[in-house]
Design a protein around this ligand. Structure first.
Ligand SMILES: Nc1nc2c(c(=O)[nH]1)N[C@H]1C(S)=C(S)[C@@H](COP(=O)(O)O)O[C@H]1N2
Ligand SMILES: [Mo]
Length: 339
């Protein structure tokens, strides 16, 4: 694979407020950013390992200034602005990496081709149908949903079943809010999600070996968990087409393929729904797909992962590091059997 992407001014690929805050950041802590850039360039990870830079809007608590705490008699010493991190101290991946290293088979199986092929995909207006075993089915525009459920900042690790991972600052709302409002009936036990099929704009749909459309499913209690997000943005801006815009699911304790992109239909059902990947290879892509370093993929180990932008592999964490929040969903279940 070749990561030569023509240089694009960051003002064209970065949401405006992020771009502006990057410029401020570079002004105030150029030395730190430069140091990290050197460190990152020493290794040869791909794609490009650019230092992650903060969106000021996402991290007001992370930008202390030395001047504010200095007494008048002291010479203020510039203190480096820390890079924004998730709750485990892992720095965000760069906007460039998050938006140019994508799994999205409706466009391409080549992660570095997706952004280019998705650039004319229309993510607005966006309509989502909620149907099935609910008292109040309906069809909602993304605008309506965003007004009803104001987007929250959520910093999540994303671990792909292939063995790589990223830290992504999403904007979104808990799926639970929407589900509560549509009132699932007592018979509803699972939630089924379906991706839009728009063959004119999605060249990958011509690939006949895949049982399109992309579909995924969750148990209702997993779907109702507060970590389960419907994301409509990232890095403080709109959700780029290549990341699943208009609206995509994010389930951070499961392998990335569960986080279905470009959702147009959500259906409450009684039986465990099938998914595109489980139809292709049920042994390799199970329904639960909980991140677990002890349960290997039939063709490779899941013990460690490559964090995009880092030179060394990391240990993979049980439930992708969210065990304290989600392990109780699986009490009494054998995770090796229910993979
Ligand atoms: N509709 C659809 N959703 C999808 C995929 C896909 O090919 N099509 N790929 C999945 C996989 S394997 C991963 S790892 C994540 C990648 O999300 P990202 O490109 O935003 O990092 O999207 C998931 N959602
Ligand atoms: Mo993935």
């Amino acid at each position: 694979m070749n990561s030569k992407i023509p240089p694009i001014p960051s003002s064209q690929i970065t949401p405006k407020q992020v771009y502006l805050s990057r410029r401020d950041f570079i002004k105030t802590s150029g030395a730190l950013a430069g140091g990290l850039l050197l460190a990152a360039c020493g290794a040869a990870p791909q794609p490009t390992a650019s230092p992650t830079l903060p969106a000021a809007t996402l991290t007001p608590a992370l930008t202390p200034t030395a001047a504010a705490s200095a007494t008048p008699t002291e010479t203020p010493r510039p203190s480096p602005t820390p890079l924004p991190t998730d709750e485990l101290g892992d720095p965000y991946n760069s906007f460039e990496d998050i938006t140019h290293y994508n799994n999205y088979y409706e466009f391409s199986t080549d992660k570095q081709e997706v952004a280019k092929l998705a650039q004319d995909f229309h993510t607005s207006p966006w309509q989502i149908e909620v149907a099935g075993l609910v008292n109040r089915p309906g069809s909602y525009s993304l605008d309506e949903l965003q007004q009803r459920y104001p987007p929250e900042d959520r910093i999540y690790r994303l671990r792909c079943v292939e063995g790589w991972s990223m830290v992504i600052p999403w904007l979104g709302f808990p799926l639970a809010k929407l589900l509560k409002d549509v009132e699932p009936t007592p018979a509803a036990r699972y939630v089924r999600f379906e991706t839009l099929s728009r063959p004119d704009e999605m060249p990958g749909l011509k690939e006949p070996h895949y049982p399109w459309p992309y579909r995924e499913g969750l148990r209702l209690d997993e779907a109702m968990h507060d970590l389960t997000l419907l994301a409509s943005g990232l890095y403080g801006g709109e959700l780029p087409a290549q990341n699943g815009g208009g609206l995509r699911l994010v389930v951070p304790w499961k392998y990335g393929f569960k986080s279905i992109k470009a959702i147009t239909r959500i259906e409450l059902v009684a039986e465990k729904p099938s998914s595109m990947w489980s139809e292709i290879s049920p042994r390799e892509y199970g329904f639960y797909a909980n991140v677990n370093p002890e349960v290997n993929h039939p063709r490779w180990s899941q013990f460690s992962e490559r964090r995009i932008g880092e030179p060394f592999r990391r240990h993979t964490l049980l439930f992708n590091g969210y065990a304290d929040q989600v392990a109780q969903l699986y009490t009494g279940m054998d995770l090796k059997v229910n993979y």
